[in-house]
Design a protein around this ligand. Structure first.
Ligand SMILES: [Zn+2]
Length: 149
């Protein structure tokens, strides 16, 4: 049986740094992040949709705009970013704190957790999050297959 999923692309700008990195990524620097969020649903609606793309834009895009865009994504145990965090808070763009280092892998997983929470009261299920840190480098988070497959 064919299997349908849909994806929506999101883009935002943010700074980060990787504490303990061996090279330049230990410095605070920025990326134009890109994410593709892929979802599936139990059935198509009367119009033939898994979910309207606009819902993904408003719900998941809204979360990205609120939390990740035009701020910094830092590890909460990183002592070297306190000054930047204070500046961004003053500017109304609080830093987004992660428990883990903000690598592409960990940001993909963080975004997957956020998207799952946003979609929790719908019948839509998150399938994958593909997160580009640069045009050439991306990390892929994939959901476990549902138990009934
Ligand atoms: Zn980077």
């Amino acid at each position: 049986m064919p299997h349908l999923t849909i994806s929506r692309r999101f883009e935002w700008d943010a700074a980060h740094r990787i504490p303990g990195h061996e090279g330049a990524c230990k410095a605070i620097h920025g990326h134009r992040y890109v994410a593709e969020i892929e979802v599936e649903g139990p059935a198509l609606d009367a119009l033939g949709r898994i979910i309207d793309f606009g819902v993904l834009k408003s719900e998941i895009g809204g979360w990205i705009d609120q939390n990740l865009d035009h701020t910094a994504i830092f590890c909460r145990s990183d002592p070297d970013v306190v000054a930047v965090a204070e500046i961004n808070a003053k500017m109304g763009r609080p830093v987004y704190w992660m428990d883990a280092a903000p690598t592409a892998e960990n940001i993909a997983a963080e975004l997957a957790n956020a998207a799952q929470k946003v979609l929790a009261n719908t019948e839509i299920r998150l399938v994958a999050v593909k997160l580009w840190e640069t045009p050439n480098c991306w990390a892929l988070w994939r959901a476990e297959p549902p138990l009934n497959l």
